[in-house]
Design a binder for this molecule. Structure first.
Ligand SMILES: [Zn+2]
Length: 175
């Protein structure tokens, strides 16, 4: 007795029965695969993977750190040796100096200065670092706008001895 032929759910062609026992839904593995697809765009898949990775990293943070530490400890000597070899090649120092001369642009130097200031303030004053940082900035601004001569003039610290002798508060020399 011949089995009734059913159409493939994916492509619609009639399925050729291979045996009389199993009823199949798809004509081939290919059609099965096509039916299993969820029809997501590449962007969607990327977004999902991104979220999954973020969750994984936050959940397994300690494990990942441990793994990295172990790997570093295992391969440390190799890398240090390799870097030392690189450092000892002829002309390395000159090339490095050349690189640094182009690396430190005015922009980068300004950034580094600011970073160092914050770093020092945090180290010295802890949670109150911002007060110190702002004071330094304020002082800098004041120094830019007014010279030491003007400050001393305003506060009466200029030529103190001369002024006293002129005012007659202090007598100098023979009388
Ligand atoms: Zn098919």
């Amino acid at each position: 007795m011949a089995i009734e032929q059913v159409p493939c759910l994916s492509c619609g062609s009639l399925i050729q029965p291979k045996n009389n026992v199993r009823k199949r839904k798809y004509c081939s593995m290919k059609c099965n695969g096509v039916a299993l697809r969820k029809n997501k765009t590449i962007e969607q898949k990327k977004q999902e993977k991104k979220i999954y990775d973020m969750q994984y990293r936050s959940e397994k943070r300690d494990l990942l750190k441990e793994k990295k530490r172990n790997y570093y400890q295992k391969t440390r000597h190799y890398w240090l040796k390799k870097l030392a070899e690189k450092r000892n090649t002829p002309g390395y120092k000159e090339r490095h100096r050349e690189y640094l001369s182009t690396y430190w642009t005015a922009e980068r130097l300004a950034l580094k200065k600011d970073y160092d200031r914050k770093f020092r303030a945090k180290k010295r004053f802890g949670p109150l670092w911002e007060a110190h940082y702002l004071t330094v900035l304020l002082n800098e601004e004041v120094q830019k706008r007014i010279s030491k001569y003007e400050i001393y003039k305003q506060t009466g610290r200029l030529n103190k001895a001369l002024q006293r002798s002129r005012n007659g508060t202090v007598k100098r020399g023979y009388t």
